[in-house]
Design a protein around this ligand. Structure first.
Ligand code: NAG
Ligand code: NAG
Ligand code: NAG
Ligand code: NAG
Ligand code: NAG
Ligand code: NAG
Ligand code: NAG
Length: 462
């Protein structure tokens, strides 16, 4: 399950290149929580004031997650869509250790330097930045609303929890704040992946389920691996059992990603994909196949759409650890320290081979890679797990087609910690720019977001 951890990336759609912003830098301490390391470095942030009612309008603040901030600015259309109505200033802050916000330049991700990559340090950066944007005022002049999707959604919620004096409220979209040890079953993610495929076609699920054993058996002969390389357009033939495992992991990630980005419109963020990609790929595995080669040919078509929809890749490099545009290489370190998100498959409730979660094995791998051991309960202890009754002014939204909804908050916690469920939404569809193909449920969710934002701003002015 090591590779599945790459999946907590914000997946966004339909970039609007007309979004304009200024690129600025802000100096932050390397270490907010001790006084011995006094180095500083710069984080990047993007600003648009076109619609801002200076002196009255709020600041909409995107708590950047694991990737270059430009990507989030370009793809969080919801903030741009409502900026004029709220006369808001837009700010998108880059998370330390991602994009260009590197404390030690290109050595930042070395084991010697990566230690200051934590969510708490990132939130403290954002608090300092907001304080600066407020003119370091004792009585800050502007209400600030935090926005974020995926890990960025977790940060938006945590920002409000930890710094309620700095941020008036948070829209936390598809934030898996419950995806920690002991809080939800580890198989829930893959169960939802499967159900998102099952809604489209039960036969598709059955065929995918049987493809694993077929693939393992089929690749035992070298003639077959040569055939598979050719038919699937793989860069390398899966010659060894370890190659076959890598290929299987790649396919499993693929199905998860397809479920996450199962948007009603064409999207081009992580990789270009057609509208309703799950429906599109299931066309090719939606029948009774007469033999293994025919089944594998169908799976190969799925792979081709996922990895090469625009036909720009010469071949499919299933051995590459990251597939797509977002450079999230720091995330594995975060997953190996505080963001331990158990993932497993049962082979019963899901269309995958059985693969249990083994924390010991995971911890050993982390130690080998980063020379650190994960703290299994760190995120729950720091951020409250499912005891959020004392928090306030947070909307936690989830689309039920999104595998990450399994670790999300689906029930309203209190009058001011509110769950919004988008029945036919994929991964933070509500943050995307509005689109003619939007389902009614996401249009409704965005209305609720706006009502809450307005309420928080009014409260601020009271
Ligand atoms: C940082 O610490 C070093 C060594 O302790 C000290 O020489 C230097 O003056 C400090 N710099 C700042 C800006 O405090
Ligand atoms: C890292 O940055 C230094 C200084 O900017 C540069 O000289 C070096 O080529 C870079 N190394 C890599 C691997 O990019
Ligand atoms: C395994 O593959 C061989 C040859 O490709 C085939 O004859 C056999 O039926 C397969 N066995 C199973 C259990 O699928
Ligand atoms: C593999 O392919 C070669 C060349 O086409 C052929 O001569 C050989 O018999 C095949 N081996 C098997 C086990 O099918
Ligand atoms: C894979 O196996 C085939 C047949 O044994 C061999 O010709 C080829 O060089 C191998 N490729 C790699 C990348 O190991
Ligand atoms: C699968 O096949 C059935 C029967 O041919 C068809 O009704 C259905 O629309 C197909 N589903 C997909 C997703 O292609
Ligand atoms: C978990 O992994 C550890 C280390 O690899 C191994 O010793 C142990 O047997 C595994 N536990 C289970 C239940 O498989």
């Amino acid at each position: 399950m090591w590779r599945a951890l790459f999946l907590l990336v914000a997946l966004l759609a339909t970039a609007k290149s007309e979004y304009k912003y200024e690129t600025l830098w802000f100096k932050v301490p390397l270490d907010h929580f001790g006084y011995q390391r006094n180095e500083t470095f710069q984080i990047k942030y993007l600003v648009n004031e076109d619609y801002w009612d200076r002196g009255n309008g709020p600041i909409f603040f995107y708590t950047g997650n694991e990737g270059q901030i430009e990507v989030f600015a370009k793809h969080t259309g919801f903030m741009w869509d409502i900026a004029q109505e709220f006369r808001a200033k837009l700010v998108f802050a880059e998370h330390r250790y991602y994009g260009a916000s590197m404390p030690f330049g290109n050595k930042s991700l070395d084991n010697k330097h990566i230690g200051y990559l934590t969510s708490a340090q990132a939130l403290a950066d954002y608090a300092d930045l907001v304080n600066y944007l407020q003119g370091n005022a004792i009585k800050p002049p502007y209400p600030v609303i935090a926005f974020g999707g995926s890990y960025g959604g977790m940060l938006a919620a945590y920002f409000r929890m930890k710094y309620p004096h700095i941020v008036a409220g948070a829209i936390a979209a598809s934030a898996p704040v419950h995806q920690f040890t002991g809080m939800v079953p580890c198989e829930v993610y893959n169960r939802i992946v499967t159900s998102s495929f099952k809604i489209v076609s039960g036969r598709c699920v059955d065929n995918i389920k049987s493809s694993w054993a077929v693939l393992r058996n089929f690749t035992k002969s070298s003639n077959n691996t040569a055939w598979l390389q050719k038919t699937w357009n793989l860069c390398d033939p899966p010659n060894t059992t370890s190659d076959v495992q890598t290929l299987i992991d790649f396919l499993q990630d693929m199905y998860g990603t397809l479920a996450m980005v199962n948007y009603p419109f064409e999207s081009d963020f992580l990789m270009p994909l057609p509208a309703q990609p799950v429906r599109v790929v299931c066309q090719y595995v939606n029948k009774t196949f007469k033999d293994d080669k025919e089944l594998l040919t169908g799976i190969g078509k799925v792979l081709d759409i996922y990895a090469n929809y625009k036909k720009t890749n010469k071949c499919i490099n299933y051995k590459s650890s990251s597939y797509g545009n977002l450079d999230a290489s720091g995330w594995n370190y975060q997953a190996c320290t505080e963001m331990v998100m158990p993932m497993c498959t049962t082979g019963l409730d899901d269309m995958f081979e059985k693969s249990p979660w083994n924390f010991t094995e995971f911890a050993e791998k982390c130690h080998k890679t980063y020379n650190v051991y994960p703290m299994e309960q760190a995120a729950r202890i720091q951020y409250g797990g499912n005891r959020l009754q004392a928090a306030s002014n947070i909307v936690l939204s989830n689309g039920l087609l999104d595998p990450w909804a399994g670790g999300g908050v689906l029930n309203t916690v209190s009058d001011t910690v509110v769950a919004v469920v988008i029945v036919d939404g994929a991964h933070h569809l509500d943050l995307m720019p509005q689109n003619p193909n939007d389902p009614g449920t996401v249009i409704e969710a965005r209305k609720i977001h706006k009502q809450n934002i307005r309420k928080w701003i009014n409260e601020y002015w009271k």
